[in-house]
Design a protein around this ligand. Structure first.
Ligand SMILES: [Zn+2]
Length: 346
């Protein structure tokens, strides 16, 4: 598995807390080794990687530690090895190269509180494994946009045991992996992937009723956003949207998420994909696209349900189901109807 940690950065701090070697990415020549490496800046100097200001004579290296999990980049510990290289735009790129299970362990800890019920964490592990392997199989370079991953930060012995108990298990629909999306809180009904992402319908991602996330603090929310702020945020991608005076949601799916937003402004109106609208305003600000709007003059009040895109597993719902005694098979069958569970490697 290759996971992008940094893209086109100017510098990063690297440390290794066990004996290590730095090898040329192309020919494997050993460039540097030691018993450990204190936190040292890495940067590109005239197109060459430099460690602590000293050029390494190449633009790509592998950093290999003797003890797994002792590599540290920008203060976070990682399993596997780290590749540092010159990106296509000339900046510093860092990739964590590690086995699937180590990656899934990191993702589960980063995506769900590590003290949640074991059956909810198991469901999260299988969901993340299915999603990651689906993306990998489709040639996608995994990065922070796809799955949260903070290395070994949230690992605990209990989490390691839970993830290893589902080792290699994925969900298949008609014998194939599928994009097993998940999100924090659906707000009462998960959404049809087709409405949110505009892709061909996938039967396990059609949306189901969820009675289990009412305790989430994101179940219901409201935000008052000024029209000026809207203009500024949407202007990042659509600078012509000046003097916005009305926003109206269009086309609701089964989970009450809207598919489009019609924006009326000084010189006309524009229909935007609702998910794009939400991302431009900030996914942690406008929590979901399951909202109603009320015009308040200079501001617009968005009253909504849930946090996230609403597709696939509802994490708070999974947490409640697990508390109520459901096992991971029941949780996943609920949120992804029609799937089967297959162990694809030992
Ligand atoms: Zn829910």
């Amino acid at each position: 598995m290759e996971v992008t940690l940094l893209k086109e950065a100017s510098t990063a701090r690297l440390a290794v807390h066990s004996p290590y070697r730095i090898l040329d990415l192309k020919n494997g020549t050993s460039l540097r080794e030691g018993a450990s490496l204190p936190s040292t800046p890495v940067a590109l100097k005239q197109g060459q990687l430099a460690l602590g200001g000293i050029k390494l004579g190449t633009n790509g290296v592998r950093v290999v530690a003797q003890v797994d999990g002792t590599l540290e980049l920008e203060g976070t510990h990682y399993r596997g090895e780290i590749h540092l290289l010159k990106g296509p735009k000339g900046g510093l790129t860092a990739i964590d190269k590690l086995d699937v299970e180590s990656y899934i362990l990191g993702v589960v800890g980063s995506e769900m509180p590590n003290h949640w019920e074991p059956e909810a964490l198991s469901a999260q592990a299988i969901t993340a494994r299915t999603f990651a392997l689906y993306l990998k199989g489709n040639g996608v370079n995994l990065g922070a946009l796809h799955l949260a991953y903070k290395g070994t930060t949230k690992e605990t012995p209990a989490l390691r045991r839970i993830v290893s108990q589902t080792r290699g298990v994925v969900m298949l629909y008609k014998k194939d992996l599928f994009p097993a999306y998940f999100h924090s809180t659906c707000g009462g009904h998960t959404e049809d992937a087709n409405l949110v992402f505009g892709k061909d319908g996938i039967p396990p991602l059609k949306g189901v009723k969820c009675n289990y996330c009412k305790d989430s603090k994101y179940y219901q929310w409201s935000r008052e956003i000024s029209k000026q702020e809207l203009e500024k945020d949407l202007g990042k991608a659509y600078p012509s949207l000046k003097e916005i005076w009305e926003v109206s949601p269009q086309g609701r799916g089964p989970g009450r998420h809207v598919s489009q937003v019609e924006i009326k402004y000084a010189s006309g109106s524009y229909r935007m994909n609702a998910n794009e609208f939400r991302l431009l305003l900030g996914p942690n600000h406008l929590l979901s696209t399951a909202f109603e709007v009320a015009d308040k003059g200079k501001t617009i009040r968005f009253s909504g349900n849930g946090w996230g895109h609403g597709v696939g597993l509802c994490q708070y719902g999974a947490g409640t189901m697990a508390k109520n005694g459901s096992i991971w098979q029941e949780i996943l069958k609920k949120y992804y109807p029609g799937v089967e569970f297959v162990k694809i490697y030992e």
